[in-house]
Design a protein around this ligand. Structure first.
Ligand code: DGL
Length: 275
């Protein structure tokens, strides 16, 4: 695949996927990217599986109008709950967050005791647990999932090193420390933003699924880069443009997000629909 003509669709429930996009651009800087954030309906992480699947179907259908070569589901919640829906509708290869992170976690752990932080829906789906046990075998790993919904709002608020954030991280991490977890998957797009704060509280090895997915993309398209980002080619499509979008985007992405287009998704797409 010629990476300079490659067009990659990236989607998330909102702004969090920008933390993934940053890694994707660093990995394949020659490609062009179409970022879709369903900012009008974020967060997905506390919605029912049916609703998440319906929203994911609508986003996948959007990419069919965009002539993309690959779709990256830059949202752990959608990857956990509705990846097959996206694969069915997108009609191109799809990379989710879970498999790449699971492979990295299994490679990294020394004790086999792996923790997962995620939204309520991600944790309730059991997707990370199932993938870890499938990948490593239940004799080799033990998985400790922990829903951590409050961290999403704190990251968006920019409370990266705030004492309140540290206190909440401590509360979520404590049960995992008691279980002697040595490797922790940051299974939500917002949590890598808090990696320094998490590292202050625990020496666990942290796994960033966005970084792992970018490596998978690099292997898939056969390109490698030195990680520098120069003149990224990205179009941004959002279902709502909130007044604080630019500030949050800068924090998640590391550079300004533009051009931005506001769009409506086609609400008639059903999850079961086939291409
Ligand atoms: N992007 C979501 C995830 O990675 C977090 C935000 C949400 O709940 O929609 O799980």
């Amino acid at each position: 695949m010629n990476s300079s003509s490659l067009r990659i669709g990236v989607f998330d429930s909102g702004v969090g996927g920008l933390s993934v996009l940053r890694h994707l651009i660093a990995q394949v800087p020659q490609a062009s990217f179409v970022y879709l954030g369903d900012t009008a309906r974020v967060p997905y992480g506390n919605k029912s599986f049916d609703t998440i699947a319906r929203y994911a179907a609508e986003s996948a259908a959007f990419f069919r109008t965009q002539s993309v070569d690959i779709v990256v589901v830059a949202c752990n919640t959608v990857s956990a709950v509705a990846l097959p829906v996206v694969e069915t509708i997108a009609g191109v290869p799809v990379i989710g967050m879970i498999e790449p992170a699971v492979e990295a976690a299994v490679r990294t752990t020394r004790t086999g005791r792996i923790g997962v932080l995620g939204t309520r829906a991600t944790i309730q789906s059991g997707a990370y647990e199932m993938a870890l046990y499938a990948h490593a075998g239940s004799n080799n790993v033990v998985v400790f999932p922990q829903a951590s919904p409050l961290l999403v709002a704190l990251a968006e608020e920019g409370w990266i090193a705030h004492p309140a954030t540290l206190a909440i991280i401590e509360e979520y991490i404590r049960p995992l420390q008691e279980e002697h977890v040595d490797t922790l998957i940051l299974g939500c797009t917002h949590f890598p933003i808090l990696a320094d704060a998490i590292a202050e509280i625990t020496p666990m090895q942290l796994i960033d699924p966005g970084d792992c997915a970018a490596e998978t993309l690099g292997r898939m398209v056969g390109t490698s880069s030195n990680g520098s980002i120069r003149a990224p080619r990205v179009e941004y499509y959002l279902t709502d443009i909130a007044t604080n979008f630019a500030a949050i985007a800068l924090q998640f992405l590391g550079f300004e997000a533009h051009p931005i287009h506001r769009i409506e998704l086609d609400h008639t797409v059903m999850p079961a629909q086939r291409p």
